[in-house]
Design a protein around this ligand. Sequence first.
Ligand code: GUN
Length: 293
Amino acid sequence: MTAQIIDGKLIAQQVRDEVAAKVAQRVAAGKPKPGLATVLVGDRVDSATYVASKQKACAELGMESFHHHLPADATQEEVEGLVQRLNQDPKVNGILVQLPLPAHLNEERVLQAISIEKDVDGFSPLNIGRLAQKGREPLFVPCTPYGCIYLLEQAGVQIEGANAVVLGRSNIVGMPAALLLIGKNATVTVCHSRTRDLPAVIRQADILIAAIGKAEMVRGEWIKPGAAVIDVGINSKPDPSKKSGYRLVGDVNFDEAKEVAGYITPVPGGVGPMTIAMLMKNTLRAAEIQQGE
Ligand code: GUN
């Protein structure tokens, strides 16, 4: 059996096209362009790259972006003060504070300072709290888990009643992904570094979301035949055949898993492009909410 490859690049482009069309309609109707403020604290190269991609996506979709770069030694008060000013700025519909923050900053307090109506990352305690409660809806769903579920739905994978295994319990991906799957009536198991007999647990999964950050950790023989495999990992692996000397691989051994799974996302070109597409969707939604639509 060879798995159906879920093309995240194509599906992300469709989401972006829909958002761009709606933005153009709003502008044609005399409404302001939706605006996203990005906040980067410090000089992590990976974070700077992610933030630059988010700003580029805003420009491509006809939205405004406002970038704020604070030094690595910025104080808690400076970061929270900036967030408060962005909360008050009517041109800013969404606020994205790139994580991780430098270790001396209290991430929870910074995220809590973001106005719920502008929390396009969905990381504020109020949004996550709502996601965790039955019958309640968050205003915004965190972008990467939202992208994972969107890919499953677009591929036609049935979530209701499925055994879903989430590998990883991070605040950004694993935990909100598990909550979303519960909300869609899957039976969910969350695994982590201390899970006993991981292969046996993963073998039960009709749906696997791998977000543990370990290159090619999940082997093909761990996968249940026909399962849907969503690989969130982005790890670099030495590869002397490449000019750069490395290539990107996921948390799943793709070549092995594609022979067993029913559906699988590649790395790159799977979940990666979805994160920004869903951020753009959330930013448009923020503008709609703030304009009372
Ligand atoms: N760091 C890694 N992923 C994300 C994300 O989706 N949002 C933010 N703000 N920071 C991140």
